[in-house]
Design a binder for this molecule. Sequence first.
Ligand SMILES: [Zn+2]
Length: 259
Amino acid sequence: MLYVLKKPMDSIPVVYSKDFLTDYPTVDCECPDRVEKIYSHIRNIADFTEPGPCGISDLMLCHSEQLVRSVQRDPVIYDIACRSAGGAIKAAELALQRPSFALIRPPGHHAGRDFNGGFCFFNNMAVAIKRLVSKGLIRNALIVDIDLHYGNGTYDIVKEDGNIDFVNIDSASREDFFNDIEAALEKASSFDMLCCSAGFDTYIRDWGGLLFTEDYRKAGRMLASSNPHFFTVLEGGYYIPDLGINVHAYLKGLLEACS
Ligand SMILES: [Zn+2]
């Protein structure tokens, strides 16, 4: 009989492209330094993979032709937004094997079917899930959004989709935050895939003023323990000095869940 020793994971697949350092026109706080800072802090536990751009047919799974055309008016933004959505697709595909993280910008959870805003152009998360469902790779998915802000765009796209459940975590205290995540994850194992829109703007020194670095580790561990087919996409997070250590802590939580 052949015994295979399962080696503990020592790195997390992270989807990243230097294109995300493009200084495209957006608000000052959603700057290339965000991903640069994260990239430099997670190198020792990240296994980087470069994504391609998504196709227009992927965008049309979630967005109206009118919205896609409105983004196309600025070719620089259109290219980077397609690359970002392509990064989410790549992370979702990797999650068929093991938990992954999409280190991407622009973020996506404020982009709905026929609107966008809040530094978002296309809904990276929704595009990724709908593409996997359309290819028959998964039947359904649960999205947990832990960004400080409500994922109004994601809700708008998935609200009538019986295959995709969406839970937005909006907590007033650290204790509530973990209780709310625990409640959201009760049925996580019954879905083919678990997906997290992770914003780090809930951080104690960021706009949310709520969570500490170690809390991201715990959140990552709780999420990745709930379904082996799990991926995360970066949404917000604007306190740049600590953004790297917070994402590093989150990835450590993923590793702990897998060991
Ligand atoms: Zn946010």
